[in-house]
Ligand binder design. Sequence first.
Ligand code: GUN
Ligand code: ZN
Length: 427
Amino acid sequence: QTLLLGQTLRFTGNPLSDPWEDTVRIDSDGAVLIEGAHIKAVGRAGDLRKAHPQATVKDYGDRLICPGFVDAHVHYPQTAIIASWGKRLIDWLNTYTFPEEMRLSDPEYARDIAGRYLDLTLANGTTTVCSFATIAPTSVDAIFEAAAARGQRVVAGKTCMDRNAPDGLRDTAQSAYDDSKALIDRWHDKGRASYAITPRFTPTSTPEQLAALGALWSERPGCLMQTHLSEQVDEIAWVKDLVPHARDYLDTYEEHGLVRDRAVFGHAIHLTPREIDRLADSGASVVHCPTSNTFIGSGLFDMAQIAARRIPIGLATDTGGGSSFSMLRTMAAAYEIGQLRGTPTHAAQLMWLATAGSARSLHLHDKIGTLAEGYEADISILDLASTPAIKQRSENAKNTWAQLFATIMMGDDRAISDVWVNGVRRG
Ligand code: GUN
Ligand code: ZN
């Protein structure tokens, strides 16, 4: 048993649907008891010390003990091309992304990138990611093996593409089905791994491929299904050309059985009223990728509208379309987009999105994303005065929320004091 002492941040509800003050508390004299891989108790430092005198104490002083960050939409294979200049989505894919994803057909390079990626994200306090791999099944093995070596809970899937991608980066409807099925049977629910069936998006999957993956999903209904939806206006026009009979972009997935709960749609910026209604009815999740949406020039996600419809929302870096591995930076970008929309997001809501909200969007909310008894012990410790600039602001803050907000807006990996993964210290 290990007893972590510090300030604790605990959610008891969803601050996007209820007044945030009713859904979260910061305990300045808090404690988290870890036993093995799980959280055994969360409470006041004095109480837990008395009840568990034999536990090893780790005192973090006034640092903030939070759930580890959950990054709900990433492309780990794009680690080495993050921050590539000057292109919008389709040109960006063709110029930077596809050539790099081709390189990961070499299993050794894929292993190198998977390890590098997880080390970078752990250094940023991210304990779980939901990642696209490449078309190569071995790139899925690489990320799950790297995650297992670090004890991390990871969701991933083989990216399926059978059109509009270069030679060497296309599968077929049948091979996408066969390879995905074999990977599900190898990895899904093994240890902390879970599988997401992963058609990249409608422009790169024929209707036959989407149908094959829809059929696979009905055979393996416990998996997630992840893809992209309505990220850029040009992309939406292309989808309309490719599937002229569809009512809208979402319909191109819906007609193949790909819209239901456990579906996770990245971006979802430019939605029609019908698409929003359908998402709300279906139980599917959407994922906000704010640094990506500004970096690639995609548009402003309408969080207030989606939250009002109770559609589960995750938060994500979208590495490497996004410009940062840091969920702090990602929360800051979400705040900035909220400001441009006239709906500023409170620090509690941002933290919820980066932890419990993302976990909810991935159907992992009974395992991670919250500091509570029985949850897996994935924990990040934040230093709320990690740089001179943040420290001077923090000293002038009226409460911990204001200090936390300064760290969200100005912080980076230096703000991550320590990380615990599955009950093991990795910081
Ligand atoms: N749409 C299809 N593929 C991608 C990708 O790799 N990144 C982003 N941002 N959007 C996509
Ligand atoms: Zn993406």
